[in-house]
Design a binder for this molecule. Structure first.
Ligand code: HEM
Length: 490
């Protein structure tokens, strides 16, 4: 017991049991447990998971202090065995903080931006990809929902969204009927269950020694990372064979150009295999998160049909019925924007970020935290803070509109789902635009109805991301599907 007692000056926290620490207290939804513990111990408290000390940060003030003001000291990642398996061991997202990491992040960020939101031309191309995928999605909806049938829409969102990222990364898309691609994407949940905050794989390494469910999760994780990395390796190999320095076709070409063709990356120490590592990171991180957001958007539309009608009325007023919505309409659709921000806040579907680690001995809010301590950042606590949001447990898009029904930009910035500081998500602008375009086009074209035989619930499957439990929907076209035909969107 004396050995387990935290050194003086450490953050307070619950008593930790030998061997397992506080593992058994985490529950199925650790972010909620953390919120309860924060009420008792304060916004910065300490747990033990197995033998690892874990500091949990709650509330905007503590999180901002750590990730922004003391950004460098909190920008590390733990040396977890599972993290070393991601992206062939060359992951930026799961890699430790270093000069090399900084170079890789700069490269990934710049290449992603160049092919998504950096310029008018890249934005135009991105819109074309999303509009084409949205049209394909609607066709899929109508096929599956023929005769008023109810069907699960989420697998279709996964493929549609992965196709957008695949087009940006590799200049390619896949059919919704492609079994291999769907199987590859279908393993996302297992990835999240291993690297999410409640995962036991890394904190109880002795569980690897004998057969048990945790060991199986780890082995599945190994296999799925290998599979994703192989998929990306084949794509990068194709790009190397056809690389032409005069034409940068997609993000793969941009990254190859920088690392292998003397474009800047190589001098900073990024060797050739960082191309595959970086591309696996971008493709892996981008393909599942945005589709999860769309599942929550749809679930909340079904739960609040009057909001669906209000959003359609706004779209009809601003866009009309003769064309599809575009990114340029965004500023004129405050209610739709508010609905999306409220979905991100209310679902907080990435409740805890990827685990961080301290890169040096630090003092936070008067507490001493040694180097290499694991840090969990509880984003949920920010989005459901009663001092910040009136009735945070209620779904109310109107909270983001001011007296003149304009979007309150300051308030939208208070939603924390992409983290902050040095590890902030690099896909934030891209995914917000994608969610906007998909939602706007789908609502402009279709009406969604819940299955009366199902109870719609906010219960979810927990991993790095929270996913709604499976639900079904029926879809009706709002008018003849003319504007859904190829070519009309541009
Ligand atoms: C709604 C969609 C998304 C959400 C909610 C989301 C959220 C997050 C969060 C919470 C993190 C962890 C930050 C931390 O550890 O502090 C993260 C990291 C990351 N995200 Fe996203 N993300 C989304 C979409 C995307 C997309 C579309 C891409 C790329 C195409 C992307 C690429 C990344 C990368 C590369 C990292 C690692 C950053 C680092 O460790 O430095 N994300 N994201």
């Amino acid at each position: 017991r004396r050995r387990l007692r935290p050194p003086s000056g450490s953050p307070p926290g619950p008593f930790a049991w030998p061997l397992v620490g506080n593992v058994l207290q985490l529950g199925r939804l650790p972010h909620l447990t953390f919120c309860k513990m924060a009420q008792r111990y304060g916004d910065v408290f300490q747990l033990r998971l197995g033998r690892r000390a874990v500091v949990v940060l709650n509330g905007e003030a503590a999180i901002r202090q750590a990730l922004v003001r003391q950004g460098e000291q909190f920008a590390g990642r733990p040396d977890f065995p599972s993290f070393r398996l991601v992206s062939g061991g060359r992951s930026m997202a799961f890699g430790r903080y270093s000069e090399l990491w900084r170079a890789q992040r700069r490269l990934a960020h710049a290449s992603l931006r160049a092919f998504s939101t950096a310029s008018g031309r890249s934005l135009q191309l991105l819109q074309q990809h999303v509009a084409a995928e949205a049209r394909e999605l609607i066709r899929g909806f109508l096929r599956r929902g023929a005769g008023g049938a109810y069907f699960d829409p989420c697998p279709l969102f996964t493929v549609a969204n992965a196709n957008v990222i695949c087009a940006l990364c590799f200049g390619q898309r896949y059919s919704h009927d492609d079994g291999e691609f769907r199987a590859l994407l279908g393993r996302n949940d297992k990835f999240g269950q291993t690297v999410g905050a409640g995962s036991l794989v890394d904190v109880l390494p002795w569980l690897q020694a004998f057969p048990n469910p945790v060991r199986s999760v780890f082995r599945d994780f190994q296999a799925l990372n290998q599979e994703l990395h192989d998929f990306v390796r084949a794509k990068v190999a194709q790009h190397r064979r056809t690389y032409d320095p005069r034409l940068t076709r997609d993000i793969s070409d941009a990254v190859i150009g920088k690392i292998e063709q003397g474009g800047g990356g190589a001098q900073e120490g990024l060797s050739r295999d960082y191309v595959e590592g970086t591309m696996t990171d971008i493709f892996g991180a981008g393909q599942d998160t945005t589709s999860t957001a769309l599942c929550w958007v749809l679930l909340l539309l079904l739960k609040h049909p009057h909001l669906q009608r209000q959003l359609q009325a706004e779209l009809d007023r601003v866009v009309g019925r003769d064309r599809l919505p575009t990114a340029e309409d965004r500023g004129c659709l405050p209610y739709l924007e508010a609905f999306i921000y409220e979905t991100l806040r209310f679902s907080s579907f990435v409740p805890v970020t990827i685990p961080h680690a301290t890169t040096a001995d630090v003092v936070l809010q008067g507490f001493r935290i040694p180097k290499d301590t694991v840090v969990f950042v509880n984003q949920w606590s920010v989005n459901h803070d009663r001092h910040k949001w009136k009735d945070p447990h209620l779904f109310d898009p109107g909270r983001f509109l001011d007296g003149e029904q304009k979007l309150d930009r300051d308030l939208t910035c208070s939603v924390m789902i992409f983290s902050m500081g040095k590890r902030r998500c690099i896909g934030d602008h891209l995914s917000k635009l994608q969610i906007f375009l998909f939602t706007a086009i789908l609502l402009h074209q279709c009406t969604f109805e819940a299955n009366p035989a199902e109870r719609l619930t906010m219960d979810c499957i927990h991993g790095l991301a929270l996913k709604p439990l499976p639900f079904t929907v029926s879809v009706k076209m709002r008018d003849t599907p003319r504007s859904c035909q190829a070519g009309d969107a541009q």
